[in-house]
Design a protein around this ligand. Structure first.
Ligand SMILES: C[S@@+](CC[C@H](N)C(=O)[O-])C[C@H]1O[C@@H](n2cnc3c(N)ncnc32)[C@H](O)[C@@H]1O
Length: 326
C-alpha cells in the first residue's frame, strides 16, 4: 500500500475524503461559541492571499508600488511591518507576480509571521531556528537580523533541508548556517548558546485543513497527534537547552490540538526554570491558551500563550513565548 508507512493510516485503509467528524467534535470544544460559525466557514471559503516583503532584497514602499501598478490592492498586517494581505480574488495573481518569482516578496500567512514577531530578534544576536524548512520564518529572522549576528537553521528531512538551502540562497540569505540534523539533539552541540530560539514544530497541521483538499487532512488521527506531541516535547526541550540563561524561546504549531500545544509546554515548564511572557503582537481575534481541556489541567501561565483562530485570512496557530530564567 502506498500510504502504509504514513502515521495514522494503517495498511489497507483508504484515506478519508472528508474531514473526520472527530476533528470537528474536538475543534468545537476549543472555539468560543460566538466564533464557531466564522471558524467553521473558514475551512471552505475562498482565502485571502498574503506576503511578507523580503527586505533582504527590496524596500517595502517599492514593492507596494509594484503591486499596486499591477492592480493588486494590499492591506497591512498590524503586527508585522513587512506583512501584507491581498483579497482572495488576487491570491493567484500575487503568486504569479515577478516580485514573487524574484523573491522580493515571500508568500506567508499572517499567522505564520507571529512566531518571529513574538521572538523579537535584533541585529547582532545569536538566533537558532530549530525546525526550519521550507524557510519562511528563517527568512523573516534573517531580515530582522539584517545580516548582523549569527543565524543557524536546522532541518532533519534531507529533501526539505535542500529546499531550505535553495530558498535561503534564492532569497538573499545564503549567509545563514543550515544544518541537516535532528533538532532534538542540537542542544548537545550548542548548549546555552543562543539569545533566541524558534521552534516552529512539526505538527498535525490542523490549522491548514481545507474541506476541498483531502490531502491536507489525509493523515490526521488521534494517534498522529500523540506521536507529534512526543516529537514536539523533545524539540522544545532541546530549544530550551540551546538558549542562554535569560534568553527567549518561542514555540509554535499550526495545530489546534491541546496535546500538541498547552500539554507540550506544560511538560517542559515542569522540567525547566522558565517564565511565560505575554506576546506583544496585535492579532485580531486571538484567544489565550487553555487552562484546562477535557479533564487535563495545564500550567496557569499559559493564559499568556496565544491561540489564533482561522477567519479566512489568518490560519489557525498556537504561539507561546518563554524566557529562561537567569
Ligand atoms: C512546521 S514545519 C516548519 C516550517 C518553517 N518554520 C517555515 O516557516 O517555513 C516543521 C519542520 O520541522 C521539520 N522537522 C521534523 N522533525 C524535526 C527534527 N527532529 N529536527 C529538525 N527538524 C524537524 C519538518 O521536516 C518540517 O520541515
Amino acid at each position: 500500500m502506498e500510504h502504509a508507512t504514513k502515521p495514522g493510516i494503517p495498511a489497507g485503509m483508504a484515506r478519508p475524503k472528508t474531514i473526520p467528524p472527530l476533528f470537528w467534535e474536538r475543534l468545537r470544544t476549543l472555539v468560543p461559541g460566538d466564533r464557531w460559525s466564522r471558524v467553521r466557514a473558514s475551512f471552505e471559503e475562498a482565502r485571502s492571499g498574503s506576503f511578507r516583503v523580503n527586505t533582504l532584497r527590496a524596500e517595502v514602499g517599492a514593492v507596494l508600488e509594484e503591486m499596486h501598478s499591477e492592480g493588486i490592492g494590499t492591506s497591512p498586517v498590524a503586527c508585522c511591518a513587512d506583512g501584507f494581505v491581498v483579497e482572495p480574488v488576487d491570491r493567484e495573481r500575487l503568486a504569479a507576480t515577478a516580485a514573487h518569482r524574484e523573491t522580493r516578496v515571500w508568500l506567508q500567512n499572517p499567522s505564520s509571521m507571529v512566531p518571529v514577531v513574538a521572538l523579537g530578534p535584533r541585529p547582532g544576536e545569536r538566533v537558532l531556528d530549530l525546525a526550519a524548512a521550507p524557510g519562511s520564518k528563517t527568512l523573516q529572522l534573517a531580515a530582522a537580523l539584517r545580516g548582523e549576528g549569527e543565524l543557524a537553521a536546522v532541518e532533519v528531512v534531507k529533501p526539505r533541508f535542500h529546499r531550505l538551502r535553495r530558498n535561503l540562497e534564492a532569497a538573499g540569505a545564503g549567509w545563514v548556517k543550515a544544518y541537516l540534523q535532528d533538532g532534538a539533539r542540537a542542544w548537545r552541540y550548542r548548549p546555552d548558546h543562543f539569545d533566541r530560539v524558534l521552534i516552529d514544530a512539526p505538527c498535525s497541521t490542523e490549522g491548514r485543513f481545507r474541506v476541498d483538499e483531502p490531502e491536507t487532512f489525509a493523515y490526521w488521527s488521534p494517534a498522529k497527534i500523540r506521536s507529534m506531541a512526543a516529537k514536539q516535547t523533545a524539540l522544545l526541550d532541546s530549544a530550551v537547552r540551546c538558549v542562554r540563561p535569560g534568553g527567549v524561546v518561542v514555540y509554535s504549531t499550526c495545530s489546534f490540538a491541546p496535546e500538541e500545544n498547552e500539554a507540550v509546554v506544560t511538560r517542559v515548564l515542569e522540567r525547566h526554570d522558565l517564565e511565560v511572557e505575554p506576546i506583544e503582537a496585535e492579532v485580531p481575534g486571538a484567544i489565550p491558551g487553555l487552562g484546562e481541556w477535557e479533564g487535563h489541567v495545564f500550567h496557569p501561565a499559559l493564559a499568556d500563550a496565544m491561540r489564533v483562530l482561522p477567519d479566512g485570512t489568518w490560519e489557525g496557530f498556537f504561539v507561546v513565548r518563554l524566557r529562561r530564567r537567569d
